[in-house]
Ligand binder design. Structure first.
Ligand code: GLA
Ligand code: ZN
Length: 666
């Protein structure tokens, strides 16, 4: 069931930062762009609660009243993402302590200690009051708790709560010592009180890692859980008064800090903020959309924020080119977005976001390029109505994305600092993207059976149960691919003894004896059985096939020349592939030709820069044809049908304008 009656089109709106004459203008101007929704009250805590005892909703009342009068659907935020100054001063426990061990004072945002009893009390109280006051309103269509949660705190309250969290997980100090391998460097703990937080005052190496990755990974899990408890504190307070309205918070794609799969279980609907920089590959944005859709197993999501034009916080804040904002909006829709929202509706007058784009620019009227483009999109979305809401992506390929692996792979010491989890996942994703294959990003605990092909790059951290699930998937006919740096450690970063890749050895039919890290200036070669030669880099596994067949060997160059690098193992009625290095483009192409040959997965060969995606709703199929290039491109439309934006029939070979978008009902 769809959450909204039509596509929400709007964004962050902060009238409390402006005099009321401006509000009147806002209503007039935004109406011209068919803006139908506003996300309000995102950063107003200081105004709503001027001191400990006083709550003042008078301005918010006025804003809600005005928006209601103008028929806006309201996304109501709770304002708890920035602490009021009085609270920071009077109750220093609300402030975070950083990695260096410095206790912070008032300042910034996204800054509360998640384990501060004061913060927990005041934030839930405010959320409850908002729920009570506005929850019954029909046009409050979604709650937005806090804003872009993330970060760490290393204060004494967090240390205390960490000990509680650990006791619950490990029960005994002996089990904890074993989990973190504390016999190493004589770190054996004899009391829970011995546990200290993993920051610069303790076991730190650099700015993120410690000498005990198991400890750091557990702290990351603990922080993710602690912050999630802040979300559920507020959610519970709201639900007491308003059990029906959907509750979300805005996530950030492949953001590292929080285990979003775990978070999504507590969220009614996923929303996220899409801020690519000028050089972010289109395929990476696509992957992030797919990940956000994957969090709730394919459920459509909200595009809570994007800039209509410019950002301010990137090193280079290019304008979105004419047509590009629209193109990016439809890319979100193609991947499962049911809303298009901006940060923000009116551009700030001061502070660090004054040069961040907005629907209404500093000139203060509707006569701008950005506004015209917004208005054009508004017309189109109005026309689309509820047509696409809740449509699903019919993906037959799944890629596993897992936050424990993200942390594990990047907190471990060695073999190369070049290894980045998101890059490795994207390296595989982009091959599917280039062939216009729909992809789901799936949790390691997700349902694999619906996929013909399941890819798990760098599945570094895995337990027996997860390995068995993968083995069963292969036995039942699934095709599974994994890579170097897989099957190496258990959940607390201790190595699976008995040879790599640990519990995946049987499934893959191989034993990996060693892995070589090539320095950045070095590559070596891979030679496929048909003679195709590709470069490879970063890591080179030395592999012994047991039951697996060899698809490619290393070429000349290193001492492991002529030994296997890509293998395939038939197991039950499925196949398990292992890729023991990072292949260059030629190798990836050759590998995917091989993988896809045996599978009923449709590929679409379209010019570079063209994307083709599908969503299905009640037996109706919708295809999105997107030209991501700022130049015209000639394409042959893969499926003929009625184009929804122009309401004309579309087929054959056509010329797409720069950043053009077609939505084809098949
Ligand atoms: C984030 C925040 C917004 C705003 C934008 C600017 O997404 O949620 O409040 O700061 O960035 O890009
Ligand atoms: Zn803290």
């Amino acid at each position: 069931m769809a959450f909204f009656k039509n596509m929400l089109f709007g964004g962050d709106y902060n009238p409390e930062q402006w005099p009321e004459e401006i509000w009147v203008e806002d209503m007039r101007i935004l109406n011209l762009a068919k803006i139908n929704s506003a996300t309000i009250n995102v950063f107003s805590w200081a105004q709503l609660q001027p001191d400990e005892e006083t709550y003042d909703f008078s301005t918010l009342d006025k804003i809600v009243e005005m928006l209601t009068k103008h028929k806006y659907q309201i996304v109501l935020a709770t304002s708890t993402a920035a602490l009021p100054a009085w609270m920071s001063r009077r109750y220093p426990d609300v402030n975070r302590t950083d990695f260096e061990g410095r206790a912070h004072k008032f300042g910034q945002r996204h800054n509360a200690c998640p384990n501060s009893p004061t913060f927990r009390k005041f934030s839930a109280k405010l959320a409850g009051k908002l729920g009570e006051r506005y929850g019954h309103l029909e046009n409050v269509v979604c709650w937005h708790i806090s804003n872009e949660y993330g970060g760490n705190c290393y204060c004494e309250n967090c240390a205390k709560e960490f000990r509680v969290w650990l006791k619950k997980k490990y029960h005994t100090i002996e089990a904890l010592n074993k989990a973190w391998n504390m016999a190493f460097w004589g770190h054996t703990l004899y009391s829970w009180e011995d546990v200290v937080v993993p920051n610069a005052l303790g076991d730190a190496i650099g700015t993120e890692k410690t000498a005990f990755a198991g400890l750091s990974i557990d702290y990351r899990r603990f922080m993710s859980d602690s912050i999630l408890r802040n979300f559920t504190d507020e959610k519970a307070a709201i639900k007491q008064h308003d059990p029906k309205t959907a509750i979300t918070t805005n996530l950030m794609g492949t953001f590292k800090d929080l285990d979003y799969f775990k978070w999504a279980k507590e969220m009614d609907i996923v929303s996220w903020d899409n801020y690519p920089s000028y050089d972010t590959p289109i395929s990476l944005t696509a992957m992030r959309h797919d990940l956000m859709r994957g969090l709730k197993d394919g459920q459509s999501f909200m595009l809570m924020e994007q800039t209509p034009s410019q950002q301010n916080w990137q090193p280079y804040n290019s304008l979105k080119r004419p047509g590009q904002m629209k193109n990016m909006s439809y890319q979100a829709v193609a991947h499962g977005a049911d809303t298009i929202q901006f940060f923000q509706l009116r551009r700030s007058v001061g502070a660090c976001e004054k040069f961040h784009g907005a629907v209404i620019e500093h000139v203060g009227n509707e006569h701008t390029r950005v506004f015209r483009e917004t208005a054009e999109l508004g017309q189109e979305l109005e026309k689309l109505g509820d047509t696409l809401l809740d449509a699903v992506t019919p993906a037959k390929v799944g890629i596993i994305f897992d936050w424990s692996n993200y942390w594990g792979l990047e907190y471990t010491s060695g073999p190369t600092i070049e290894l980045q989890y998101v890059d490795q996942i994207h390296h595989y994703y982009q091959e599917l993207f280039a062939r216009n294959i729909d992809v789901d990003m799936v949790s390691i605990n997700g349902d694999f059976e619906k996929y013909d092909l399941l890819i798990a790059p760098c599945l570094y951290m895995i337990n027996q149960e997860q390995a068995q699930k993968i083995d069963a998937y292969v036995n039942n006919g699934g095709h599974f691919v994994t890579t170097m740096m897989s099957g190496l450690v258990d959940e607390t970063d201790n190595v699976h003894l008995g040879g790599y890749p640990g519990p995946l050895k049987e499934t893959l039919g191989i034993w990996v004896e060693e892995f070589d890290a090539l320095p950045p200036e070095k590559t070596t070669q891979v030679v496929f059985n048909d003679g195709t030669v590709s470069d490879c880099r970063m890591l080179c596994d030395i592999i012994h096939p047991n039951t697996a067949e060899v698809l490619a060997n290393y070429g000349k160059g290193e001492f492991y020349a002529d030994t296997p690098v890509i293998t395939r193992n038939q197991k039950g009625s499925g196949m398990a592939y292992y890729v023991g290095t990072m292949l260059s483009e030629t190798g990836m192409k050759r590998l995917f030709d091989e993988l896809l040959k045996a599978l009923p997965i449709e590929t679409f060969d379209l010019p570079e820069g063209i994307e083709w995606k599908t969503r299905v709703k009640e037996n109706q199929t919708y295809h999105f044809l997107l030209n991501h290039k700022n130049e015209p491109v000639t394409v042959t439309v893969p499926t003929a049908g009625k184009e929804l934006l122009t309401e004309t029939a579309l087929s054959g070979t056509i010329e797409l304008a720069p950043f053009d978008v077609k939505i084809i009902a098949e």
